[in-house]
Design a protein around this ligand. Structure first.
Ligand code: GCO
Length: 251
């Protein structure tokens, strides 16, 4: 199995894309820490993912936007004698609204979770990965790392930052054999996008705008996250791969 003996930390791992990545990494033999702010939902998700009841999935409640919460989470990982080989930064929120009336709190919350959260988790895995002679960082970026649409300015800014931060990690830590890459999901059937799917006009717009003619599935992102976490990607770093049904390649 591709991730046998590896320990992965997946933020946002209880639902959506992060949950699909957790399930695939589990199937490939990894031990997992899954993170989210909601302890009950997280505990239930960990038990569901650990379907072979091997105690290989640990629920680690954490608010990635809060340094103290992240420090506490890593203290717990160390207290369990574990060390992270693969970090997947998937935790993300999208709070929508017109730019001209967007409250500063909304802007701050989106940037703090999507971008600063990625920074805090990434900084915390460095010593673990350096000590083990290397590691993998997989960041979930977005179509909005490359293009924008109205009413999601904070999210666009945060995901543009995630893309470029991935390259910054890659060039600084390549000498430690730590690879960092990003995935750009297209429009994927997740809770985050539930309001969009329910909006028939927007739903049809996405189907028409996507050359593949459909929304993507979380599992289709997970497959790429598995590749980036594998030995086969040891010489790939600082890359951004769109799994978007062709959207970014089409007018
Ligand atoms: C939106 C959506 C998008 C997608 C995704 C695309 O409001 O347009 O939430 O941002 O979720 O990020 O890659």
């Amino acid at each position: 199995m591709i991730l046998q003996g590896k320990c992965a930390l997946i933020s946002g791992g209880s639902r959506g894309i992060g949950r699909a990545i957790a399930e695939l990494y589990y199937k490939e033999g990894a031990e997992l820490f899954i993170m989210s702010r909601h302890a009950d939902q997280l505990k239930a998700a960990a038990a569901e993912i650990d379907c072979q009841h091997e105690g290989r999935v640990h629920a680690l409640p954490c608010d990635v936007s809060c340094k103290e919460s992240v420090d506490e989470a890593f203290a717990e990982i160390k207290a369990q004698g574990k060390s992270i080989d693969v970090l997947v930064n998937c935790a993300g929120v999208n709070l929508r609204g017109p730019l001209e009336t967007m409250p500063l709190e909304t802007w701050q919350k989106v940037l703090d979770i999507n971008l600063t959260g990625t920074f805090l988790l990434t900084q915390n895995v460095f010593e673990m990965m350096k000590a083990k002679g290397g590691g993998k960082i997989v960041n979930i970026a977005s179509l909005m790392s490359e293009i924008a649409r109205p009413t999601i300015s904070a999210y666009v800014a945060s995901k543009g930052g995630v893309k470029m931060f991935t390259k910054a990690i890659a060039i600084e830590w390549a000498k430690y054999n730590i690879q960092a890459n990003a995935i750009i999901p297209g429009y994927i059937e997740t809770e985050l996008n539930a309001p969009l799917i329910a909006d028939e006009k927007f739903n049809q717009f996405i189907i028409n705008r996507t050359p593949a003619g459909r929304w993507g599935k979380p599992e289709e992102i997970a497959a790429t996250a598995l590749f980036f976490a594998s030995k086969g990607a040891d010489f790939i770093t600082g890359q951004v791969l769109a799994v978007d049904g062709g959207i970014l390649s089409s007018l």
